[in-house]
Design a protein around this ligand. Structure first.
Ligand code: ACO
Length: 421
């Protein structure tokens, strides 16, 4: 017999079944809670709430485990390309050579956007934040590709998925070119997916461009490390927007907006701004540590802490090693890296951070690598979005296939009771 949980309320006993995951995670299935008891649960920030079952990503925050479709993040980073990880996340298995070639061909065919999208881009001031531009352009894709909203057809769904994988890097690189006042680059389909991202972002009209293997490898790793992270803020946004039967592009556009915030994807920009501020201030890390611990100061140590990881973030370990390697290979000596290392060491030995289980997250070191690759600070979160795209797509597609009900939480009303004018 399956395990059950009992709830006692007003001298009555109610039973709820346990739901068990493939890694023995257990949850209480409260689907009938309200109809049986008249009660709802209250869980701000959904710290204890499972919103779905999912076969995409397994994460164990206590043990620092992250696996996509069963493969560890360490294995993936070491052995495969970002596009292979994208295929794995979206379609469930590692692609065969034939499947990968087909995917590449399909992407190459779709690596173009309607010229009129440039009119939308043109209307933004150069001072606009790239994430705002990227979200608008992604939403703009719907108008130029209306079939992308038909979620009933499997073929249309695949077409929309390929279209987005192909066009999103164009939008991301055009965002960068716009804020930098540079001419827009088109895709070079003789390059690999990641080389092409580097080409569209960095190729200048008056110079030849050959993506350096160091840059491409670093980008590949960074994109893989960000590719999916189960039900985080932006992914939950994508799923909840999609649950209303909004199309893929609309859902991903909303995901970009959710990622923008400093407590989520915007943390990578926040980290570099914080490290620069420490440097400008004379490099006194202790002063900033004190501020982070002061409850009357809103300052937080950016890139530290995670809702789920309470031991270490496995992505942060990989990225720290990679930061040393990439800076070494590019011959860059960035004083900010030393500040980051001192800050990390102090935090890891400080009881405030130890007691609260606060460790560096993926974005503590990612900005240092982006900087070394010549990517401007305000573009960091766009780079995160490029990496997270396959995760958003996979989660959206799973939600559609599972025919999940529309996402619609309840509330406990605490406003005025009935009154008259
Ligand atoms: N600096 C200082 N104190 C912190 C930090 C931090 N970075 N993070 C958490 N705390 C403290 C909180 O003040 C709180 O202290 P208290 O118990 O004395 O009140 C305690 O640690 C728990 O923090 P919560 O905010 O309740 O934890 P939550 O799980 O809600 O938040 C979050 C996680 C948002 C990531 C938080 O740690 C944070 O703000 N970090 C900095 C921003 C950041 O790096 N975000 C990127 C996350 S990774 C990603 O999205 C890719």
């Amino acid at each position: 017999m399956s395990e059950k949980v009992k709830l006692k309320y007003k001298n009555k006993e109610f039973e709820f079944p346990l739901i068990m995951g493939s890694e023995n995670e257990k949850g209480i299935d409260i689907k009938t809670l309200r109809s049986q008891t008249g009660l709802i649960t209250y869980d701000p920030g959904y710290k204890n709430t499972g919103s779905c079952t999912s076969q995409i990503t397994f994460l164990n925050g206590e043990e620092g485990i992250l696996r996509h479709r069963g493969y560890s993040i360490e294995d993936l980073c070491k052995n495969v390309s970002f596009l292979e990880v994208a295929f794995l996340l979206i379609f469930g298995n590692m692609p065969t050579e034939k499947e990968l070639n087909l995917l590449n061909d399909e992407i190459r065919k779709d690596s173009l956007v309607d010229e009129d999208l440039k009119l939308i881009l043109k209307s933004f001031p150069k001072s606009a934040h790239p994430m705002g531009i990227l979200s608008s352009l992604t939403s703009g894709l719907i108008a130029f590709n209306p079939s992308s909203v038909d979620i009933e057809s499997e073929d249309d769904m695949r077409e929309a998925i390929i279209m987005l994988i192909a066009k999103f890097p164009i939008l991301a690189s055009w965002t960068h070119r716009k804020v930098k006042g540079l001419p827009l680059n088109y895709a070079n389909t003789s390059l690999s997916y990641v080389e092409n991202i580097a080409h569209m972002m960095f190729k200048l009209p008056h110079q030849d461009f050959k993506p350096s293997p160091v840059v491409v490898n670093a980008l590949n790793k960074l994109l893989i490390l960000h590719a999916d992270h189960e039900q985080n803020c932006s992914t939950s946004t994508v799923r909840i927007v999609g649950s209303s039967e909004a199309g893929l592009f609309a859902s991903v556009s909303a995901g970009v907006s959710a990622l923008w915030g400093r407590l989520h994807g915007g943390a990578n920009q926040g980290v570099i701004e914080m490290l620069k501020a420490i440097k400008r201030d004379g490099g006194d890390t202790k002063k900033f540590m004190a501020r982070a611990k002061d409850k009357n100061d809103s300052f937080r140590l950016m890139g530290f802490g995670h809702r789920v990881y309470k031991n270490f973030d496995p992505r942060a370990r990989i990225i720290k090693k990679s930061a040393d390697q990439v800076l070494g290979e590019l011959g860059i000596n960035d004083p900010i890296l030393n500040i980051a290392k001192s800050l990390e060491e102090e935090a890891l030995n400080d009881s405030y951070f130890i007691d609260r289980k606060l460790y560096p997250n993926v974005d503590f070191y990612s900005g240092i690598i982006y900087r070394a690759l010549g990517i401007p600070t305000e573009m960091f979160t766009v780079m995160f979005a490029l990496g997270r795209l396959p995760g958003w797509i996979a989660q959206w597609a799973e939600m559609r296939k599972n025919k999940e009900p529309i996402g619609r939480p309840r509330q406990i009303y605490t406003g005025n009771t009935k009154r008259t004018i």
